[in-house]
Design a protein around this ligand. Structure first.
Ligand SMILES: *[C@@H]1O[C@H](CO)[C@@H](O)[C@H](O)[C@H]1NC(C)=O
Ligand SMILES: *[C@@H]1O[C@H](CO)[C@@H](O)[C@H](O)[C@H]1NC(C)=O
Length: 323
């Protein structure tokens, strides 16, 4: 099983990246975006997710300003360098960091990016649905994080080579438990933690802004955005992600000309995290987000193409074998 690690933002603000992951089969994470801001002597790299044909979701900490100059967004990308036959590149026409983003606390660490022109969907480029505000993610829920990050990499060129998109399965760590692990007062209700508590696997530098996703039936839903963590893949320090579900209203207030698909993810069973308290720190009370009924009936691009259980490559092989 692959793993991802995060970097503490204060130490490495722009490049949280995956450690211990596995190469992702081409087309298996078709919403994954690669964001590069290129300067004469260095580049800044972040991840992102395509949420409809013209908008990408990422982390606010990837953007030092709303100046769109020098940013390129790559979709359908598999390798950081070399040939990417299914790739489409766009520049940005606007950057909307969340107005309440706090770089000290990492609270509200998300940004919406408007592409210069729409991308064309394909087997390798498809939007992901976002977790609606009424979603629940219990402790232990299986999720996936993807990215090109690595603890060896930083924001300074050259980019690593070879570098295939990495995927890693991580488990949700409830907010109470995560807050205990981080010392009791860091994890807000706008954050969601996921990791491998044994260590050795996690998101790390360069993964920032990338998606943490979960599958419900045939639908993939984004639960989090890579935000920060303590070092990379440290035991008992899960990665901390921006929780997507509290931002349904804000996202819909920015993206008004294109439909974004929100889907409620519902955890089953009982949330063991609700009975978790820290031995040395007071437990925090997690206020559930206000349930909002998704009444939208307009088409949601993230639901247009059913996703199968197989990566694109496997699917092609399956068809051939039936023939
Ligand atoms: C960020 O949060 C800290 C701690 O709550 C607070 O003191 C500070 O004023 C906040 N900064 C901004 C820009 O809101
Ligand atoms: C879920 O919470 C319980 C209670 O805190 C804990 O024992 C268990 O390890 C947690 N599971 C995960 C995957 O975090």
């Amino acid at each position: 099983m692959p793993s991802l690690h995060f970097m503490l933002l204060k130490l490495a603000p722009l490049n949280t990246r995956i450690v211990g992951g596995e190469n992702a089969p081409p087309g298996s994470w078709p919403w994954q975006a690669n964001l590069l801001q290129t300067f004469p002597t260095y580049q800044i790299m972040c991840g992102g997710s395509l949420i409809n044909s013209k908008w990408v979701l990422s982390a606010a900490h990837c953007f030092s300003s709303t100046n769109t100059a020098n940013w390129n967004v790559y979709l359908g990308r598999q390798e950081l360098s070399g040939t990417n036959p299914n790739e489409q590149v766009r520049t940005l026409s606007s950057i909307f960091p969340h107005p309440l983003y706090n770089s000290s606390t990492h609270d509200n660490d998300l940004a919406l990016l408007e592409l210069s022109t729409t991308v064309t969907f394909s087997d390798f480029i498809r939007p992901i649905c976002l977790a609606a505000s009424s979603s629940t993610f219990y402790n232990g829920t299986e999720t996936w994080v993807t990215g090109w990050g690595n603890f060896k990499h930083n924001t300074v060129m050259p980019l690593p080579s070879p570098a295939t998109l990495q995927e890693l399965e991580v488990l949700i760590v409830g907010n109470n438990k995560c807050n205990c692990l981080y010392g009791g007062s860091i994890i807000t209700t706008n954050m969601i933690c996921a990791g491998v508590l044994a260590g050795g696997k996690g998101s790390c530098q360069g993964d920032s802004g990338g998606p943490l996703v979960v599958k419900q039936g045939s639908v993939w839903i984004q639960a989090g955005i890579v935000s920060f963590g303590y070092k990379c893949a440290e035991p008992n320090y899960p990665g901390v992600y921006t929780r997507v579900s509290p931002y349904q209203t804000w996202i819909n207030s920015i993206i008004i000309t294109k439909q974004t698909g929100f889907v409620t993810y519902t955890s089953s069973g009982k949330n063991s995290d609700s009975s978790t308290s820290c031995s040395s720190s007071p437990s925090i009370t997690i206020t559930p987000s206000t349930p909002t009924t998704t009444t939208t009936t307009a088409k949601r691009e993230c639901l247009i193409f059913p996703r199968f259980n197989f990566p694109v490559g496997s699917y092609v092989i399956l068809i051939l074998s039936i023939v």
